[in-house]
Design a protein around this ligand. Sequence first.
Ligand SMILES: Nc1ncnc2c1ncn2[C@@H]1O[C@H](COP(=O)(O)OP(=O)(O)OP(=O)(O)O)[C@@H](O)[C@H]1O
Ligand SMILES: [Mg+2]
Length: 372
Amino acid sequence: MHVVVLSSDPRLDETIRAAGISALRPAGETRGGAHPQPAAIIADVRGLAQLPAALFAARKEYPSASVILVASTLDPRLMLEAMRAGVSECIQEPLNPETLGQAIRKVVSGAQPAATGQVFAFIGAKGGVGTTTVSVNTAAMLARAGKTDVLLIDLNIGLGDAALLLGVEPRFSVIDALENVHRVDESFFGSVVEKTKVGIDLLGSSDRMIAGGIDPQRLRRLIEFAAARYRYTVLDVPRSDVTMLDTLEVASTVTVVTTQELPSLRSAGRLAHMLRTRYGAARVMAVMNRVDRRSEISLADVERVIGDSVKHLIPSDYRMALQAVNVGRPVALETGALADSFRSLAGDLGGIVKQKRPASSGVFGRLAFRRA
Ligand SMILES: Nc1ncnc2c1ncn2[C@@H]1O[C@H](COP(=O)(O)OP(=O)(O)OP(=O)(O)O)[C@@H](O)[C@H]1O
Ligand SMILES: [Mg+2]
């Protein structure tokens, strides 16, 4: 493994070499021509007020290398700039071979600890189809049935309402988590998540927007860390954000939420197709919310458009859904057909309670999916 060092201080190279890592200067500074891709770019920003131009040049030259900053203090403005530039790690003085070597190896070894938990993403075919309701209730059921730790991340930056459905007002948001993802460790989640009464930890959306949009690299890292820390991580993903749709590699399942209405169905078909192409058919599934048995659009129609079977049907219960929001307690904790459908969905995803799709009883049996 070798790294490329951008610094005016030759002692930095020596310290890195003392850690057993080969330290080279960028190809432009040496006469030996281009290096093979380094594992990381180490940029020395001690005494600098902004990121050096050489860093941007090096990133262009070595696009797959992680970036590590060496700083004397964690100046907030510089840190913000660093985060926007996708810097993975920041090492502060005093520098010694041990800390430097450890930090470089941590970042290079993929930075991400091996994910052991499962990640379930939910994406609405259209706004208002009930993606947040389904995400929150699935998370609540997973926490309850599995008696395990569950994290819900509301990725609807600036617009999310998962916190409302859970009856909490989080102090920190997913933006705080993303802005600090370079220092993510065991205690990190403990300090940024909001504990809820239903046993879910929540990383809620925030009121403020994020300048320049979300950095996919940072989001990926956050999700990967969540997967390493939590048994289940549930993501409420905004459909409109293409960046986010591109960061779901870690997800075990990506669920498209649709209704029987024509506009959402049309969009569900496209979305499911796009997700299957990107993540593989085995990981993509569709559920139908607010099922309307009198609809002119039958289940067979829905499945034809989506190009796959609809795995779960979630009944429509306006009163119950409204009541749940008003008291900030997910319907999954009540009794009834709506709660049953979330239990079945959570069980299916988490493999907690294996339930077969009912052939002629239950929700399917009661619904006459025929044209009127
Ligand atoms: N199964 C259901 N039966 C009746 N009403 C429901 C059901 N699911 C969701 N709703 C209601 O539909 C509305 C929209 O739900 P929700 O906020 O979950 O949708 P969303 O897709 O997340 O919306 P947005 O696009 O704004 O994020 C809410 O008023 C909710 O109570
Ligand atoms: Mg929502």
